[in-house]
Design a protein around this ligand. Structure first.
Ligand code: ZN
Length: 240
C-alpha cells in the first residue's frame, strides 16, 4: 500500500515535480558512499540509496535533476498496475479486458475477463480465476511430460514467486508460479517440461537439457520469451 503521508516526512517518498504519478523511495544506508538510483525490473519500484549524512535537500535535488531519466526508464519497465475494471490482462498470451457482468461467476471469452459486479473486488476475482486456470494447465502439462518421461511427481503447488518460475524438489514435488498462465501456452508448457525433466536430472547438465529436448523439442524461443518478457508478468498487482 502506498502511503501518502509518512510519519516522518523527511524520509518519505519524493514525488517527481514533472511526473506527479512517479515517486521515489528514499533509503539511507551506512554502506552507501554516494547517491544511487535503482529501478526494479520486476515491478518498476524506484529506490534512491543515499549516504547516512546526505541532507534531504541534497537528496531531493539529486532526484529532480534525474527526473527525466527516471521517467523514461520507469515507463520502459512499467510501474505496478493494480488490476481493476478496464485492465488489459494477458491470459494465455492474449490480452483480455477486465469488465463487470451481471453473472455470479467469472467468465473468460476471446476479448474479456468478466467478473461479477455483485461481488466487487475485481482483482481478487481475477486472481482466483487465474490461479484455478494455472493449476489446470500446469497439472495437464506436468502429467503429460511425467507420463512421457515415465517418472511420476509427488505433488504440485502454486506460488507467487519472483525469483523462479518453477522448481522440482528431490522428493519429486513440483512448484510453479501461477503467473505462468498469463504467458503464451507454449512458455507454460516449456516450464513444466523443464521441471519434470528435473525428476530425472537434478542439475542443468547437458544430459538434463537433452531430457528437456526429448520431452518438449526445441525450447530456445520459450526460454528467450521468459528472459525478455518474464518480468512483465509481475507488472500486475492483484491485492494489497
Ligand atoms: Zn532447472
Amino acid at each position: 500500500m502506498r502511503r501518502f503521508f509518512s510519519k516522518d516526512p523527511e524520509n518519505g517518498p519524493i514525488v517527481l515535480r514533472n511526473y506527479p504519478d512517479i515517486s521515489v523511495t528514499v533509503r539511507q544506508s551506512a554502506q552507501a558512499k554516494r547517491m544511487s538510483l535503482r529501478i526494479s525490473s520486476l515491478d518498476g519500484r524506484i529506490t534512491l540509496t543515499a549516504p547516512p549524512y546526505a541532507r534531504r535537500s541534497e537528496i531531493e535535488g539529486f532526484v529532480h535533476e534525474k527526473q527525466d531519466w527516471i521517467a523514461k526508464h520507469h515507463a520502459t519497465l512499467g510501474a505496478l498496475e493494480t488490476v481493476n475494471y478496464g485492465t488489459a490482462l494477458p491470459i494465455e498470451g492474449s490480452l483480455r479486458r477486465v469488465a463487470p457482468h451481471t453473472g455470479a461467476r467469472v467468465q473468460l471469452d476471446e476479448t474479456h475477463l468478466y467478473v461479477s459486479q455483485k461481488r466487487n473486488a475485481p482483482a481478487a476475482q481475477a486472481q482466483a480465476y487465474l490461479k484455478t486456470l494455472a493449476r489446470d494447465r500446469l497439472a495437464t502439462a506436468s502429467d503429460h511430460y511425467a507420463a512421457k518421461l515415465g517418472r511420476p511427481y509427488t505433488r504440485l503447488t502454486l506460488r507467487d514467486t519472483r525469483s523462479r518460475w518453477g522448481s522440482c524438489s528431490s522428493d519429486g514435488a513440483l512448484m510453479y508460479s501461477w503467473r505462468l498462465v498469463m504467458a503464451p501456452p507454449d512458455v507454460l508448457r516449456y516450464v513444466a517440461a523443464h521441471e519434470v525433466a528435473h525428476l530425472q536430472e537434478m542439475n542443468h547438465s547437458p544430459a538434463f537439457w537433452n531430457v528437456v529436448t526429448s520431452l518438449f523439442g526445441s525450447y530456445k524461443a520459450q526460454r528467450q520469451w521468459l528472459h525478455t518478457h518474464g518480468a512483465s508478468l509481475h507488472h500486475f498487482q492483484f491485492s494489497d
